[in-house]
Design a protein around this ligand. Structure first.
Ligand code: ATP
Ligand code: MG
Length: 401
């Protein structure tokens, strides 16, 4: 008997009725997206568990993909049977024989949510333990450190047998916490910040500022490639590319050099906030880490944050660079971020930006300059691209949302 399904245990999940529904709905949708090329599978969702019915599809590949889906605590390839003892015994034995190797020890763990079932967990353990011991010569029990843990779940509707518990990615299903705009540069930090927000259920739309011809097509390609990595996790990512050249040139002409970085950041944040409003986002996400560079001192953040009340999520704020790099490597974005192409901020960055800018000063400088027309223009001229995960063909992009 082969595995016929994968049993999925939900991650951290509020017990409140409505949240639970959203959680399950989003998780189901996200799983469907990452498994969209397995045409035969069916997904069954209940309040307690989710099942992927394999219907002959390749379970191994599906297992690999599920490992990256947020909102899954753990999952197990499983066999379902009815409650006829003989059918249950057959399933237990054939499942066991598939993975048993000579010398292996075992134990049985039974969960019984069907309280009316005529055997209690000890009774089930004994019955099936004896069945395996009789049929597999030399098999030994080890309740502390077994090689194989046969899990039997007796639920109301059926019985499930499984032998492996595979760790899921944890977190909350992407989209169950609302939408945030990720300020995505070509650097190492911001993709990691996007990943960590997704882990807590935030759906990401990326916003990237570029300044042609000072930044090249190749640096734009970096951002497209980084977005694809994020899309592999969430199923799809919308990328807003904001033309920023005119604004940066005006800043360079009119704002005193040591304040130009502060103004640049303020305007980026302001424009991102406008794009957020138009796309029903609830937050802005950045890759800032406290004290990492001049724009990331508390004084700088205080002066920059002044342009909006929108919550700004900074998942990396307390992390050291090494910790961020480890995550970037795990995410497979590190090599892309490390490609040596120019970013709009590095091109225009002054030699000595103020590390302790004063909010009142930067407000004063900006009050003398008419940025509004250019800001409106930049928002209007923003190009929107939908980035699909690697496995999706171009003509399928429209049904990703
Ligand atoms: P990263 O490695 O993400 O580029 P960084 O250490 O280079 O970060 P900064 O250049 O100071 O730091 O940028 C801080 C944050 O501002 C970035 O993490 C990102 O969220 C945002 N940001 C910077 N440049 C851009 C850009 N060109 N487009 C969009 N967001 C940007
Ligand atoms: Mg950067």
């Amino acid at each position: 008997m082969n595995y016929d399904r994968i049993l999925i245990r939900y991650g951290e999940l509020s017990t409140k009725g409505k949240n639970r529904k959203v959680f399950i709905y989003k998780l189901r949708r996200n799983i469907k997206k990452v498994l969209r090329d397995f045409e035969q599978i069916e997904i069954e969702a209940t309040r307690e568990r989710m099942f992927i019915l394999l219907n002959g599809e390749d379970g191994q590949e599906i297992v690999e993909r599920l490992k990256g889906v947020f909102g899954i605590q753990s999952f197990s390839p499983a066999i379902k049977t009815d409650k006829e003892i003989e059918n249950m015994k057959d399933a237990a034995l054939s499942l066991f024989q598939r993975i048993y190797q000579e010398g292996n020890t075992f134990k049985i763990t039974t969960k019984r949510s069907d309280k009316r079932y005529h055997l209690d967990t000890n009774g089930v353990n004994q019955l099936f333990g004896a069945h395996l011991l009789t049929n597999i010569p030399g098999l030994k029990v080890d309740v502390k450190k077994p090689d194989i843990n046969l899990q039997i779940e007796i639920r109301h509707e059926a019985v499930y047998f499984s032998c492996e518990n595979i760790l899921g990615a944890g977190g909350l299903p992407v989209g169950s916490s609302g939408k945030g705009m990720l300020m995505l540069s070509g650097g190492i930090d911001s993709p990691v910040a996007g990943y960590l927000s997704m882990k807590r259920g935030v759906e990401i739309e990326a916003v990237h500022f570029y300044s042609p011809p000072f930044t090249s097509e190749r640096s734009k390609q970096k951002v497209l490639d980084l977005s694809e990595k994020l899309a592999n996790i969430s199923g799809a990512v919308k990328l807003h590319i904001v033309p920023f050249t005119a604004i940066q040139q005006l800043i360079q002409q009119k704002v005193p050099e040591n304040y130009s970085m502060t103004t640049t950041r303020r305007l980026m944040l302001k424009i991102t906030d406008e794009i957020r409003k138009r796309n029903d986002g609830l937050a802005i996400i950045t890759g800032e880490s406290l004290g990492q560079v001049a724009s990331q001192t508390l004084e700088s953040m205080y002066a920059i944050n002044d342009v909006t009340n929108t919550p700004i999520l900074r998942p990396l704020i307390t992390m050291d660079k090494n910790e961020i790099i480890d995550l970037a490597q795990m995410l497979d974005t590190f090599d892309i971020s490390n490609r040596p192409f120019e970013d709009c901020c590095t091109v225009f960055v002054p030699a000595s930006p103020k590390t302790k800018p004063k909010k009142e000063k930067v407000q004063y400088f900006e009050s003398k300059i008419d940025f509004d027309t250019l800001i409106t223009q930049a928002v209007e001229d923003t190009e929107v691209i939908t980035i699909a995960p690697k496995s999706v063909e171009e003509n399928e992009v429209s049904d990703l949302f």
